[in-house]
Design a protein around this ligand. Sequence first.
Ligand SMILES: NC(=O)c1ccc[n+]([C@@H]2O[C@H](COP(=O)([O-])OP(=O)(O)OC[C@H]3O[C@@H](n4cnc5c(N)ncnc54)[C@H](O)[C@@H]3O)[C@@H](O)[C@H]2O)c1
Length: 319
Amino acid sequence: MSFCTYNLPLRVWFLFGFSEKDLESESASWVFLGSVSLQFLILVWLLEFHIAGFLALGAWLASLRENKLDGKVATVIGGASGIGEATARHFINHGACAVVIADIQDEKQNVAASICSDRCTYIHYDVTDKEQAKSLVESTVSMYGHLDVMFSNAGIFSSGTQTVLDFNFSVFNKLFAVNTRRMAACVKHAARAMKEGGVRGSIYSTASVSATHSLGFGTNYVMSKHAVLGLVRSASCMLAEDGIRVNRVLSGTVGTPFLCRSLGVEMEEMEKVVESRSKLKGVPTEKNVAETVAFLSSDKLEFLIGVDLAVDSLYVFPL
Ligand SMILES: NC(=O)c1ccc[n+]([C@@H]2O[C@H](COP(=O)([O-])OP(=O)(O)OC[C@H]3O[C@@H](n4cnc5c(N)ncnc54)[C@H](O)[C@@H]3O)[C@@H](O)[C@H]2O)c1
């Protein structure tokens, strides 16, 4: 009996009321063989079931990793608050090996440590200073070895109404230096570093629905966002052969300090305005824009180039 404790076919055999002695007859041997084969088939089926389960689990885990930004080094310009901050955070949470936040809000530089003290750094960078774009990219490369993603996101809104009949050119110049020239400087220096390092990188700008529509005011802002569209289209065409993708994320009306300042309202009131004027109910957040930038930066989207990807609730203008 001790033998049958370890022998499954025999144990089943005994369950049917047979004994070891019965095995000696020829017909009983065939029944025994049949029972062994059946058990073998059940075992194979069970194993297959488990193997298929393990394979499916492996594929699922792999798919979770695929969209991640493992090993990527990103620079987020205008990353101390709003959309930029959310994007820096999202990048770190999804595997980026380093994120450099470049901004003028030095009082908010702790945001880098709050995101991740090991992998997120703050650098003072004023986009209106042409020289600083080059040194920002050089610092990133010397700290982390290469640059994969440049998210050029810093922006300011028009001060005053800036209608065509009431144009203030010094305000116009200041706004263009931040919203438009900064993108040109970022594309130039980031693309050079990517090309030199043989990196098939991605460069993005945060655009706005006003890159394609009039707001009815803020002419310089609308112009600055339209101008970046021309830059993105030209750059994506010129850098494609180096495997560098240039795209834009068109942010809809998102509740950030920028928008509250622009509308002159508090966040709560702003959300009510956005919700009441949006076709798609709900209020888009900076996290929604951040997810789109991260999605675009994934190696899975290697053929997405020169696009304007809108993250929008179909806000109905005027503001
Ligand atoms: N919030 C929206 O609804 C909305 C809509 C469309 C487009 N956008 C665009 O999104 C971008 C980010 O805006 P946000 O809403 O997150 O606002 P935000 O004010 O929170 O962020 C803008 C960031 O840019 C930085 N910045 C401003 N001037 C700078 C300079 N000279 N040098 C370096 N950094 C500078 C600011 O310090 C800030 O951190 C802007 O380009 C804006 O035009 C926002």
